[in-house]
Every structure is written in structure tokens, then in C-alpha cells.
Design a protein around this ligand. Structure first.
Ligand SMILES: Cc1cc2nc3c(=O)[nH]c(=O)nc-3n(C[C@H](O)[C@H](O)[C@H](O)COP(=O)(O)OP(=O)(O)OC[C@H]3O[C@@H](n4cnc5c(N)ncnc54)[C@H](O)[C@@H]3O)c2cc1C
Length: 460
């Protein structure tokens, strides 16, 4: 894209939308993924309306210019990274909560609304928006929809896609499509909403989202259990859930993650443990019995210590500790490659014990935390980027973790998406018919391949 092109784009849009200052572009060129090079964009457009988005896409389609939709760029797969000559299309300024309807228990929002802001706004009306990615304080609903983001509450309530009723989407040619519904049920036609959810900006740009809400749940009770072996923690997860319990949170942290968190906030966790589970129950008067059942399973599988908290403040502190894991890992001062495998829960034990093997084989540190109740783990390969040999081994360990996840009947990504980082691995997960169908959908919706090209689908 040339300077003239940027001038043409500027002419199409109201003032103050198009930026091409190199520093501004550089600051918007990357998400948070490691090992994902970013290109040099030609312009950044800060859209403020559906019309802006439509005008940009129509123009880009006519001129075959790649467009990279961006929310808060908190993604972990390189899917929001700039491509050479691309337009970065930021939705952050489209940040209005259009409506909260307590009777129908739905909210309508623009894509740039921050997840935590929506959750807080509906809570004021006694309602609950459950999807709670660890990035909820920074990530946008548009980004959450486009990655089908999960989080800690998902073990009970489901992921972002389970709450999306309908969308407004601008297609590659600039036309505006409304999908889905506002009603509790609706099966009219193909489920175009589901097609766009998790598409990582490759099929259209989301400009409005209608989400389902729930009544606020009861104040949760919290427990933590510490285990001498990670296998015991995994067995506790499987046993507790197989007994029919639906906790609102069931999270895992390994010893290194607990130690890293303790460096930031000393919560007095016992030393010498291999793993920890954090569980919450939000079923009111029945919560103590549910946590007692958790304690029973954990003790039977070998927990060294189980602590049930009777204070909401202490429970929140423990949740904060879990949310600090990302920051704590970063403070280790190493480069991090974050995996996102999700396996059937009965194979969780093989997953977590397999990590020790991978760590030893590739001689890199592998830490692990994750949404154990969903079987969705985030093994993190920590390595010294200045050492080429260690960097190569880190990439091999990252790949070995995905291979292990697939061999256990799981998926390469439970919530972070494929993006740039795992494209080739998508080719190993899908069968030939699935790949063919995916490419056909992409061609049908974006024949000129302008929407986030070279992301998600392998090849090309
Ligand atoms: C500390 C931390 C914790 C995290 N915890 C979690 C977690 O618990 N669960 C989880 O799922 N993820 C987690 N993530 C990853 C990330 O926050 C999520 O993927 C999030 O949904 C990305 O939102 P975003 O607004 O930052 O989107 P971006 O990173 O800007 O974009 C993500 C993808 O969506 C596309 N996109 C963005 N907006 C639109 C739009 N309006 N229309 C079309 N496409 C669009 C982009 O092109 C890109 O493909 C975490 C990240 C961090 C840094």
C-alpha cells in the first residue's frame, strides 16, 4: 500500500480515523504471542461506527489490501499482528454498551467494550455475564467473540460462544450482515453466528454483539488443595466431576507457578507441593456440602492439605492469586511460549505427567497452570531467547505439547485460537474434508483473501 493509498483511505472516512505515524503503527503491530513475526502496516484505522468499518472493507476489497481487525491485542496466537502493507482496523473506539435488557436478560454491545466493563455494568442490574478470560480487564468483547474466549467460570457456565445470541458483521465486500437472534431460542437457517464466533477476524468484522446474561449467582465459597504429585491433582479433578459436581471454578497451578505467584504476593502456600487445585462453588446453601465432597475426593487421592475458606475476601484473594499466574510467569525474566491444549478430562493425568517428560527431553522449563475442570491446560515453555539452541528446543517442546494433546484425544487450542502460531498444527487436527470445507467457507466469504490472510487456515 502506498502513501497515495493512505490518502485515498483518509478521504473515505471522517477526520481522525486514519493514522500512519510510524511510532503509532509500531505500537499497534503486535499482540502478546511469542514466535510470531509482525509485518509493517501501512495504516491504522480507528473505526467509530459500522459505516467506518464498511467503508474500509469495501475499499480494501476493491484494492486487494489486507485488513487485520484488532481489539485490545491481548491475543496469544499472533492473530492480530500486522501484515506487510496492511490496514490495522482497530475496533477499540466502538466501545458503547448499547443496551442492557433485564427482562430478556440480554445485552447489546459494540465490539470494543472491555469484558470486565460489561460484567460490571450488568452486575449493577443483578445480572451476570460469565465468560471471564484472565484478560477480562483489558480484552474486548469483539476479540473474545472472535477467539471464542474461555476463562475460569467456563467449567460451569460455558465459553463466550455459549453466550452470543446474535452479531452484526461487516463482510469483506463491505456489506453488513445481521446473524442470529435476540430470543432465547431460534433455529432459522444456518448458524451464521457460530461460524463467525472463533473465526479470528478471517470471515468478517464484528461490529455489534448481542449476548445472553444470567441472574447473578450466589457469593462463591472457595477451597484449595495441595498435592505432593501432579497426578493426584488430575485424578481429583476427574473424580470430583465424574461424581456429578459442577463447581463454578476448578483451576490448576503447578509448583513452579505457585512459587512464581508467591514471589509477587506471599499467600503462605505450603512448600514442597507439586500442584494445587483451586475450586469455587456458587450454589448458596449447598456450597459447603459441595466443597466437603471436593475435600473428600482430594484427600482420597492423596492431597497433603485441603483448606476450605469461610471468608469471601479470602476466596477473592485466592482467585487473584490464580489471575496473577500470567504476570508471575512473565516476571521470571524468560521468553514464554504459552500452549493451550484441551484434553478429555479422563486424560488430564497423562497430560500433566507428560509435561515432565517433555521438559526433560527438550531441556527447557515447562510450567503449567490451567482450567483443569475443562481439561484446558496452559503449559508454558520458559526459555532464554538469546540462546539459539535453547530457543529451538523451546519450539520443539511447544510442538511436543500439542502432539501430546492430540494423541490424548484433545485439541491444540481450547481458547486462545490458532492465529499465526498454530496454523500448521490445525492441518494436523482437522481431517481432509474439514480442511477443504474450511477453505471453501473462507473463499465464499472473502474471495479476495483480504481479511486477516495467512491466519488460522494452513497453507496459502
Ligand atoms: C494475561 C492474559 C490472560 C489471558 N487469559 C485468557 C483466558 O483465560 N481465556 C482466553 O480465552 N484467552 C485469554 N487470553 C488471550 C486473549 O486475551 C483473548 O484471546 C481475547 O479474547 C483477545 O481479545 P482482544 O480484544 O485482545 O483481541 P485481539 O487480540 O486484538 O484479537 C484477537 C483476534 O480477534 C480478531 N478480532 C478482534 N476484534 C475483532 C472484531 N471486532 N471483529 C473481527 N475480528 C476481531 C483479531 O483479528 C484476532 O484474530 C489472555 C491473554 C492475556 C494477555
Amino acid at each position: 500500500m502506498t502513501t497515495t493509498d493512505v490518502a485515498a483511505l483518509r478521504e473515505l472516512l471522517p477526520e481522525g480515523r486514519v493514522f500512519d505515524d510510524p511510532d503509532v503503527l509500531a505500537a499497534h503491530s503486535r499482540d502478546r504471542a511469542t514466535f510470531c513475526p509482525s509485518g509493517t502496516p501501512a495504516a491504522l484505522v480507528r473505526a467509530r461506527s459500522t459505516e467506518d468499518v464498511s467503508a474500509v472493507l469495501r475499499w480494501a476489497n476493491d484494492n486487494r489490501v489486507p485488513v487485520v481487525p484488532q481489539g485490545a491485542r491481548s491475543g496469544l496466537s499472533g492473530a492480530a499482528n500486522a501484515l506487510d502493507g496492511s490496514v490495522l482496523l482497530s475496533l477499540e473506539k466502538m466501545d458503547a454498551i448499547v443496551e442492557i435488557d433485564p427482562d430478556e436478560q440480554v445485552a447489546v454491545v459494540q465490539p470494543g467494550v472491555i469484558n470486565g466493563d460489561l460484567a460490571a455494568a450488568v452486575a449493577e442490574k443483578g445480572l451476570f455475564y460469565p465468560p471471564d478470560p484472565g484478560s477480562r480487564g483489558i480484552s474486548t468483547i469483539g476479540g473474545n467473540v472472535s477467539t471464542n474466549a474461555g476463562g475460569m467460570c467456563c467449567v460451569k457456565y460455558g465459553v463466550t460462544g455459549d453466550f452470543v445470541r446474535g452479531l452484526e458483521v461487516v463482510l469483506a465486500d463491505g456489506s453488513v450482515m445481521r446473524t442470529g437472534r435476540r430470543t432465547a431460542k431460534g433455529v432459522a437457517g444456518y448458524d451464521l453466528t457460530r461460524l463467525v464466533v472463533g473465526a479470528e477476524g478471517t470471515l468478517g468484522v464484528v461490529t455489534e454483539v448481542t449476548v445472553a446474561l444470567r441472574p447473578a449467582s450466589a457469593q462463591p465459597l472457595t477451597a484449595v488443595a495441595f498435592f505432593p504429585e501432579v497426578a493426584q491433582a488430575a485424578r481429583t479433578v476427574t473424580g470430583f466431576l465424574a461424581a456429578g459436581h459442577r463447581p463454578s471454578v476448578l483451576e490448576f497451578m503447578d509448583a513452579s507457578s505457585v512459587a512464581a505467584v508467591q514471589q509477587i504476593a506471599d499467600l503462605g502456600f505450603p512448600e514442597g507441593m507439586a500442584g494445587m487445585l483451586l475450586v469455587q462453588s456458587d450454589i448458596g446453601e449447598a456450597a459447603p456440602a459441595q466443597l466437603a465432597a471436593f475435600e473428600e475426593v482430594a484427600s482420597a487421592t492423596g492431597a497433603a492439605e485441603v483448606v476450605v475458606s469461610d471468608s469471601a475476601a479470602e476466596g477473592e484473594l485466592l482467585m487473584q492469586a490464580r489471575r496473577l499466574v500470567g504476570d508471575a510467569h512473565e516476571k521470571l525474566g524468560k521468553a514464554l511460549l504459552i500452549d493451550d491444549v484441551c484434553v478429555p478430562r479422563r486424560n488430564l493425568e497423562e497430560m500433566v505427567t507428560g509435561l515432565n517428560r517433555i521438559e526433560a527431553e527438550h531441556r527447557v522449563q515447562v510450567l503449567c497452570a490451567g482450567h483443569a475442570g475443562d481439561g484446558n491446560m496452559h503449559p508454558v515453555v520458559a526459555f532464554d531467547e538469546s540462546d539459539p539452541d535453547e530457543t529451538a528446543r523451546a519450539r520443539q517442546a511447544f510442538d511436543a505439547i500439542m502432539a501430546l494433546g492430540l494423541s490424548l484425544g484433545g485439541t491444540i487450542t481450547g481458547e486462545h485460537g490458532v492465529g499465526q502460531l498454530k496454523r500448521e498444527w490445525l492441518g494436523r487436527e482437522l481431517d481432509q474434508a474439514g480442511l477443504r470445507t474450511s477453505h471453501a467457507i473462507k473463499r465464499a466469504l472473502d474471495p479476495n483473501d483480504i481479511l486477516n490472510p495467512t491466519r488460522v487456515l494452513p497453507g496459502g
